[in-house]
Design a protein around this ligand. Structure first.
Ligand code: R2B
Ligand code: URA
Length: 291
């Protein structure tokens, strides 16, 4: 992990975005962490923490309930053994705030070698709903293979490739004949769910017509871009700078070549999210077995 050298001198006493005091009792709770698994919603982070406790640590779930370790309604953080299951909210700006905060907390608690994996949902492009995409490179909507970050008015283009060794380890942990497709590909991180992904069902009118959109969707296949979501470029850029191995495992909930609306039932959507979680559980199970 590579961290801002000014943190040595600053001696923060609290983490504002977690509403958390940085005292020895707090820091003890975050020692010896190896994996941080991130999802958009706190509910999914809680559900994953339960699954990890049951399937990775083999805890008796009659006696264990994950506890949220932070005091904000913006994010949730659950600990299961050496794994954190956290929520990051929606969009690059939200995950970026989470990444700074959780990384400082882990650093202050003495962790130096961690992996970050986002487990999420996405809109497939020419990929059937329910497929799992593991992202190699995140793209901006203008198809730049980097993330433009602004410090005041100064733009910096930061690389957005994910860790190929981590992706290979995750793949190696999957069953030989998975029940659903697990595909390695690239991802566009859009700035919003509607117009940024050229949906026609938003409250505002999209100016690009279907012909333009179809051409764009065809063009991005040449870059092996298989899905849209909203956080991957910031996650990749942050983790490259911080030297933290990272990737994203996202299930597709719609094939955008067939339309804009997510027509899957709530039960189907939960099952799709469970698929993405299962991929990371398979990985973490193998690691814990080898420990
Ligand atoms: C995927 O799904 C969310 C929007 O529904 C967003 O956070 C993302 O990246
Ligand atoms: N998340 C997105 O960002 N887009 C979709 O189409 C589905 C989930």
């Amino acid at each position: 992990m590579r961290i801002n050298p000014f943190l040595h001198k600053r001696q923060e006493t609290s983490l504002y975005l977690f509403n958390l005091e940085l005292n020895p009792t707090t820091l003890d709770k975050f020692k010896n962490i190896k994996y941080v698994i991130m999802q958009g919603s706190s509910k999914r982070a809680h559900a994953l923490a339960r699954q990890l406790a049951h399937l990775v640590l083999n805890l008796d779930m009659r006696f264990y309930e994950p506890v949220n370790l932070v005091n904000t309604s913006n994010f949730a953080v659950y600990r299961v053994g050496n794994i954190l299951s956290v929520s990051h909210g929606m969009g690059n700006i939200s995950i970026d705030a989470l990444l700074h905060t959780i990384t400082k907390l882990l650093y202050y608690a003495g962790n130096t070698a961690v992996e970050y994996i986002r487990v999420g949902t996405s809109g497939g492009i020419g990929v059937e709903a329910g497929s799992i995409i593991i992202t190699q490179n995140a793209y901006m909507p203008n198809l730049a293979p980097y993330y433009t970050s602004y410090e005041l008015d100064q733009a910096r283009d930061l690389p957005t490739y994910f860790d190929s060794a981590l992706i290979a380890r995750i793949l190696a942990a999957q069953p030989e004949n998975p029940i659903w497709p697990i595909i390695i590909g690239n991802t566009i991180a859009a700035d919003d769910f509607y117009l940024g992904q050229c949906r026609y069902d938003g409250a505002m009118f999209a100016r690009q017509n279907l012909n333009f959109r179809t051409n764009f969707f065809n063009k991005i296949r040449d870059l092996n871009i298989l899905n849209f979501e909203m956080e991957s470029s910031s996650l990749a850029a942050f983790c490259i700078q911080a030297q933290i191995p990272a990737t994203m495992i996202a299930v597709t909930v719609v094939n955008r070549l067939n339309g804009d609306q997510i027509t899957a039932t709530p039960a189907q959507l939960t099952e799709y999210s469970d698929r993405a979680q299962q991929v990371v559980i398979n990985y973490l199970q193998i690691l814990q077995a080898n420990n």
